[in-house]
Design a protein around this ligand. Structure first.
Ligand code: SAM
Ligand code: SF4
Length: 328
């Protein structure tokens, strides 16, 4: 009989949240992520449904409650609805979320909700069509914004809009972003630009500190709220005059790693103990030969070597060349 466990590392952090990348392919060319577009460096296929089932089953045995499906662009997978359904129907998993660039979300969303999608994050780094095009290489702002409205109308409980603010490209839009949540019951997430292997010079020029946004919010009546269990890494703010709230993801802030509750699986079945780890652990060789219980025991062993913190402050972003590899 399956025995349930709680994944815990040597620093007593509990891991209840899995970020599952289902492809590293992307159709956008965000200037901080894939400025030259997607380029494959392996012929290895992406995780298939049966492999995803084995991995998700093993994580659920280990106490995972929430799965975020990400990429690359996860909606490029034709079986994205099946993946969501599979995750949602795994015993122990109560929340399935998706992060997408939203390029055809209005067409897909009803089917994804029917498959069991609970939460949706869409990315828009600008609320001006031309600037959106400049940053992403695509003219899809209206589709993303329509997707946000549709998600709210469909009753998705948590709808989020992700934005990475950069010095030169969009930090002047801070006020427009904040105004966007005045009447909309969604969460706006400002993700601080992170340094990766491929964007070192870009990062130096464009990094805009999350602490500056935090100061702006706090001097303008925004109040910090308590973190929910299984929540992501954001510090959340609310304001009495706004329907929506604002979350700040500040990987360079003190104690960011202390609240880490998430692990990552790449689209080729590698376990990453941290977004910025040097090494990863291949699970694929075990997916056919081991049961979910055996795999779950293997995951618990792996967790004992998770480090206390990333080394981003030392300019070491590990082996992650760009976040499309792992989904952020
Ligand atoms: N393609 C989907 C999207 O863009 O929403 C999902 C994958 S993308 C890697 C997930 C999130 O990571 C996006 O919100 C994106 O803006 C963010 N991201 C990518 N590279 C980043 C970086 N270097 N620093 C901070 N955020 C980054
Ligand atoms: Fe693609 Fe997302 Fe990276 Fe933009 S941030 S290039 S949409 S993976």
């Amino acid at each position: 009989m399956t025995q349930y466990h709680q994944l815990t590392d040597s620093y007593q952090r509990q891991f209840t949240y899995l970020r599952l990348s289902v492809t590293d392919q992307c159709n956008f060319r965000c200037n901080y992520c894939l400025p030259d577009g997607y380029c494959s460096d392996t012929a290895e296929p992406y995780l298939q449904l049966d492999e995803i089932q084995k991995i998700v089953g093993a994580f659920a045995i280990n106490g995972t409650k929430k799965i975020r499906i990400t990429g690359g662009e996860p909606t490029l997978r034709k079986d994205i609805a099946e993946i969501i359904h599979l995750c949602k129907s795994t015993p122990g998993i109560d929340t399935v979320a998706l992060t997408s660039n939203g390029y055809k979300i209005t067409q897909l969303l009803p089917r994804l909700v029917e498959a069991g999608l609970d939460q949706l994050n869409l990315s828009a780094d600008s609320l001006q069509a031309e600037n959106f095009h400049l940053i992403t290489g695509h003219n899809k702002l209206q589709e993303v914004l329509n997707g946000i409205e549709q998600a709210v109308a469909l009753g998705i409980k948590k709808v989020k809009l992700n934005a990475v603010l950069m010095r030169e490209f969009n930090h002047h839009e801070l006020q427009s972003f904040i105004a966007y949540v005045r009447e909309r019951p969604i969460s706006l997430r400002f993700i601080e630009l992170m340094e990766t292997g491929d964007n070192k010079d870009f990062f130096q020029q464009q990094h805009f500190s999350g602490a500056e946004i935090q100061q702006h919010l706090e001097t303008n009546g925004w109040l910090q709220v308590l973190r929910e269990p299984h929540a992501g890494p954001a510090v959340e703010y609310t304001h009495p005059d706004y329907s929506g709230n604002i979350g700040l993801i500040m990987p360079y802030s003190k104690h960011f790693c202390a609240s880490c509750n998430r692990l990552r699986i790449s689209s080729h079945g590698n376990m990453h103990l941290c977004l910025f780890a040097e090494e990863h652990h291949k699970l694929r060789p075990y997916l056919q030969s081991e049961s979910s219980d055996q795999l779950a025991a293997r995951l618990r062993d792996l967790l004992t070597v998770k480090k206390e913190s990333h080394d981003l402050h030392q300019g070491n972003s590990g082996s992650t060349r760009h976040l499309a590899m792992l989904g952020g």
